[in-house]
Design a protein around this ligand. Structure first.
Ligand code: ATP
Length: 479
C-alpha cells in the first residue's frame, strides 16, 4: 500500500535530525495512506482502463514490457495535461502583473545541488528483503507494520536488511568521459532553476519585491516505491512558483497564496469536500521554514499530497550566495534598505493534479437502462471541446458536417466522428472522454441549416442555426 509522507529532504537535513515519519492527518480527510474506501480499487482499475482504452495514458515502452513508473500521455492525455498546465500558467502568470515566467534547463551545474543540500541529503531509507528480493522504503514498512521485523511482500521474518540511505537524484555525465568531474544530475525539482536566476530575472525585468517567478517543467526522482498510476512516478512535471517578498511580508503572502492555490483547484471543478489541508507540525518543518502546508486530495487510494505551499524565509538565496560567492540581495532605493528576499513557494505536480481531475470527474450513471461512463471534466480542462457527428456517412451530410467542423475549429480541439454505430453510441464515446458538447448534423440540417447541440451533463438537446453555432458554443464553453 502506498503511503505519502516524504517531505523535502533538504528541509529534513537542514534540521539535522532524522525525519519524523508522523505526519498529521489532513483536517476533514482520512490520514495519508489510510485504507482506501471500499470499491476504491475498482474505481482506480476502471479509470486506468479508460485512460488506456481512450488514449489518455499508456505505460512507457510498453512494446518492450514497459518501464516501471514512467507513463506516456496519449492524444487525449496530452490535451488534458496541457489544459491543466495552461490553466495554471494563466492564473499564475498571464492574469497577474507581479509574476513572470521562466524555462530553465533540466541539466544544471552540480554545485547547484550541493548548495541546495540535495546532493548530501535528498535521500530515502531503503531496505531489501533477502528472501523475496523486494525493495521497500523503511519508513513505509515501519508505519505499515510497526517495525522492520516482517517483509511486507512475502511475510518472511528477519529477512529485511538494515536501512540504507538512497539518494533519489538520477546521475548522468556531461561530455564523453564518465568521470567524477563530469557528474551531473537530472533535476529533482524545478525550484532551483528559479533561485539561481533570481538576479537575472529581477534585473532584466526591473522587478521590485513582491514579485514571483513561475516555471513548469520536468523533474526526475529515482523513487524507491513508485506507484498508484501517475501519482508517484520517476519522471514527472512540476508547476512551481517562487514569490520573493520583503522580510516581514512573508506571513501575509503565505496566507494569500494558500487560499489562492486551494481556490484554483475548486474553480477547475474539484469538489471542495475532496480537498483537505495538511498543516506541517513544527517538528515536521525545517528550522528555517516559518510555515508549510500541503493541499491533499482524496484519491481512491487514500488522501495524499497534491501541492505544497511553503514559507521558506531567505534560506535558498542565502545558500546560493554562500556557495556562489555572488550577492543575492536586493536594494530598495525607495526605503534605502538592502535585504535578501524571503520566499513563499507554491509547488504543485502537473501529473498529480491531472490525476486528481480525472479521479474527480469519473462518474457512472444509468441512461436508458445502460451504464453511462462520463468524465465530468470542467469545460476548460476537457481535452475535446466539441465533437461533430453526422447522422450518417452519406456524402451530402458529410459536406455540411465538415463545414460545421470548420465553423467550430477556432473554439479548441474538436473531433469529427462519422464512424459506425448509432448516434447514441457515439454520444457515449464522447461522454467517456469528457467532451462537453456534441453537434449532430442530420438530414433536416440540409434543408433548414440548423444543427443539434447535445450537452454532456444534462444530455439536453437544442436546435441552433449554423450561422449562430460558433457564438453559441463559445458562450457555453466560457460559462
Ligand atoms: P511526496 O511526499 O509525495 O514524495 P514531496 O513532498 O517530496 O512529495 P515536493 O518535493 O514538495 O513533494 O514536490 C512538489 C510536488 O511535486 C508534489 O506536491 C507533487 O505534486 C509533485 N511530485 C513530487 N514527487 C513526485 C513524483 N514522484 N511523482 C509525481 N509527482 C511528484
Amino acid at each position: 500500500m502506498e503511503r505519502v509522507e516524504r517531505k523535502d529532504k533538504t528541509r529534513d537535513i537542514a534540521r539535522d535530525k532524522p525525519r519524523d515519519p508522523s505526519r498529521q492527518p489532513p483536517t476533514g480527510a482520512p490520514a495519508a495512506g489510510s485504507e482506501p474506501p471500499a470499491g476504491a480499487g475498482d474505481r482506480m482499475r476502471d479509470l486506468i482502463s479508460l485512460c488506456k482504452r481512450r488514449g489518455f495514458l499508456f505505460p512507457s515502452s510498453e512494446l518492450y514490457g514497459g518501464l516501471n513508473a514512467c507513463w506516456d500521455y496519449g492524444p487525449l492525455g496530452v490535451e488534458l495535461k496541457n489544459n491543466v498546465k495552461s490553466a495554471w500558467w494563466d492564473a499564475l502568470v498571464r492574469q497577474r502583473d507581479d509574476v513572470v515566467g521562466l524555462d530553465a534547463a533540466i541539466l544544471m551545474a552540480r554545485r547547484v545541488w550541493q548548495a541546495s543540500g540535495h546532493e548530501a541529503v535528498f535521500t530515502d531509507p531503503m531496505v531489501d528483503c533477502t528472501a523475496c528480493q523486494g525493495r521497500f522504503r523503511a519508513d513505509h514498512v515501519t508505519e505499515e507494520l510497526g517495525s522492520l521485523e516482517v517483509c511486507p511482500n512475502c511475510g518472511a521474518r528477519g529477512t529485511l536488511t538494515e536501512p540504507r540511505q538512497f539518494n533519489l537524484m538520477f546521475k548522468t555525465y556531461m561530455g564523453p568521459v564518465e568521470e567524477d568531474a563530469a557528474l551531473i544530475y537530472l533535476r529533482p525539482e524545478t525550484a532551483q532553476g528559479i533561485y539561481v536566476n533570481f538576479q537575472n530575472v529581477q534585473q532584466s525585468m526591473r522587478l521590485r519585491p513582491p514579485f514571483g517567478i513561475a516555471q513548469i517543467g520536468k523533474a526526475f526522482r529515482n523513487e524507491i516505491s513508485p506507484g498508484n498510476f501517475t501519482y508517484r512516478t520517476r519522471e514527472f512535471e512540476q508547476m512551481e512558483m517562487q514569490y520573493f517578498v520583503e522580510p516581514g511580508e512573508n506571513e501575509r503572502w503565505f496566507d494569500y497564496w494558500r487560499e489562492r492555490r486551494w481556490q484554483w483547484y475548486v474553480d477547475l471543478g474539484l469538489h471542495p469536500e475532496h480537498l483537505a489541508w495538511h498543516e506541517h507540525a513544527e517538528d515536521e518543518r525545517a528550522h528555517y521554514a516559518r510555515a508549510a502546508v500541503d493541499i491533499y486530495y482524496q484519491f481512491p487510494f487514500g488522501a495524499h499530497e497534491m501541492e505544497g505551499i511553503h514559507d521558506r524565509t531567505d534560506f535558498d538565496l542565502k545558500r546560493h550566495q554562500e556557495y556562489s560567492n555572488k550577492d543575492q540581495s536586493y536594494y530598495d532605493d525607495a526605503t534605502k534598505r538592502r535585504y535578501i528576499p524571503y520566499v513563499v513557494e507554491t509547488s504543485a505536480g502537473a501529473d498529480r493534479a491531472t490525476l486528481a481531475f480525472l479521479c474527480d470527474a469519473y462518474d457512472e450513471d444509468v441512461v436508458e437502462g445502460d451504464t453511462r461512463v462520463v468524465l465530468r471534466l470542467s469545460k476548460r480542462l476537457a481535452p475535446v471541446k466539441v465533437a461533430i457527428l453526422p447522422l450518417s456517412k452519406k456524402p451530402e451530410l458529410a459536406a455540411v458536417a465538415r463545414e460545421v467542423r470548420e465553423v467550430v475549429r477556432p473554439l479548441g480541439t474538436t473531433q469529427y466522428d462519422e464512424t459506425g454505430g448509432s448516434i447514441g453510441k457515439r454520444y457515449r464515446r464522447q461522454d467517456e472522454i469528457g467532451t462537453p458538447y456534441c453537434v449532430t448534423v442530420d438530414f433536416q440540417s440540409l434543408e433548414d441549416r440548423q444543427v443539434t447541440i447535445r450537452e454532456r451533463d444534462s444530455m439536453r438537446q437544442r436546435r441552433v442555426p449554423i450561422a449562430e453555432l460558433r457564438a453559441t458554443l463559445a458562450a457555453d464553453l466560457a460559462s
